[in-house]
Design a protein around this ligand. Structure first.
Ligand code: PHE
Length: 356
């Protein structure tokens, strides 16, 4: 019996020493394997008398069970240890605050453009777009701008290589070419709908043209209040009976809503543009706040010149209207009290995030 106890104890010791599952299986073979200690003891019983066989066999079985129990306990312990090690190695600290993306927002000039579109939208104006690389025809000629007008010089306008007078050859200097592009399409659409053909100027009946055209524009100019790339928003309203009175009404309403100032004053100062006659610069004056009392120029405007109405494909004896072109960058500066236009285009997050 003592022998058996020794075998069980040495099995337990061997199992305890095994630190990996493979070691443990090797240790198991020493005791329970084909030529292990327990198996050898069983074989040794063959020659014994029956009575002895019985009692020794029972004792060996108990020893075997004790060894198996010790083996299973060690197996479990090694598996637990391995799991613990794995859990520790793969641990995630879920208490760390996550890395968040900064929240973006609209550029202040985009906020202004959205406001302009919403306000004119509520007055029934559509929004049109046009190409930034324009032809000489749409940017100047169709707008009644003479060959020798200073705006056509290299000094004022960015020309691109490879263009011709009718193929894109310059960066548009204003949004006014969109007037012509939009009007020509509008007229064509309604002529086609009427089956009116495309010859001559149209003098039939068509829905009014009421459109604004916001976009980027380019001039050779750079200082605190001028950037070579800037924004304009054109407005055009053409019908059979649209007058300067309507321009005054529409633009006054727009400015008062845009600046949220009911007592804002407007001044229409006589001016000259080749594409409008008569023409006026529009100045505004705040009655309160840091800019109160000063006249501030915000737009050019005028009654659309008959030559331009003709270039739209319309009979100028029948159709008449007004146009204006304003500077959304300048409107943004006035609304937020920003004194240097270049800040809008520096992409400095510290400046831009103030508008969110
Ligand atoms: N296109 C003119 C400019 O850039 C502005 C303007 C538009 C004036 C429409 C009158 C009518 O200066």
């Amino acid at each position: 019996m003592n022998d058996l106890n020794t075998v069980v104890e040495s099995a337990k010791a061997a199992f305890a020493q095994a630190t990996t599952p493979a070691d443990l299986e090797n240790a198991k073979a020493l005791f329970l394997g084909k030529s292990g200690r327990i198996t050898e003891l069983m074989k040794g019983m063959a020659a014994l008398p029956v009575e002895q066989k019985k009692s020794l066999g029972a004792a060996i079985n108990l020893a075997k069970q004790a060894i198996e129990a010790a083996l299973n306990a060690r197996r479990q312990a090694l598996a637990d240890a391995q799991l613990q090690a794995q859990l520790q190695a793969e641990a995630l600290d879920v208490t760390l605050p996550g890395r968040q993306r900064g929240q973006g927002g609209l550029h202040p000039v985009s906020i202004t453009l959205e406001r302009i579109e919403a306000i004119f939208g509520s007055m029934g104006f559509e929004v049109a777009q046009g190409p930034e690389i324009e032809t000489d025809w749409f940017n100047f000629t169709a707008l009644n701008t003479p060959e020798d007008h200073p705006a056509r010089s290299m000094h004022d306008t960015f020309y691109v290589e490879g263009g011709t007078a009718t193929a894109p050859n310059l960066l548009r200097t204003h949004t006014s070419p969109i007037q012509i592009r939009h009007a020509v399409q509008h007229v064509k659409k309604h002529r086609d709908a009427l089956g009116a053909g495309s010859d001559g100027l149209f003098s039939g009946t068509m829905p009014e043209i009421r459109v604004i055209a916001p976009g980027r524009t380019y001039r050779v100019d750079s200082d605190a209040t001028h950037s070579p790339m800037f924004h304009q928003c054109e407005g055009l309203w053409i019908g059979e009976n649209v007058s300067f009175k309507d321009l005054k009404f529409v633009f006054t309403d727009f400015c008062r809503i845009f600046f949220e100032s009911n007592d804002l004053m407007l001044r229409f100062r006589p001016s000259f543009f080749p594409f409008t006659e008569p023409s006026a610069e529009i100045d505004i004056q705040f009655q309160s706040g840091p800019l109160a009392g000063r006249w501030l120029e915000v737009a050019g405007s005028g009654q659309v010149h008959p030559n331009v109405v003709s270039n739209m494909g319309l009979d100028p004896e029948k159709f008449i209207g007004f146009a204006f072109g304003m500077g959304p960058d300048r409107l943004t500066m006035l609304r937020y009290g920003v004194s240097d236009l270049r800040l809008f285009f520096d992409s400095d997050i510290r400046f831009l995030s103030q508008f969110q």
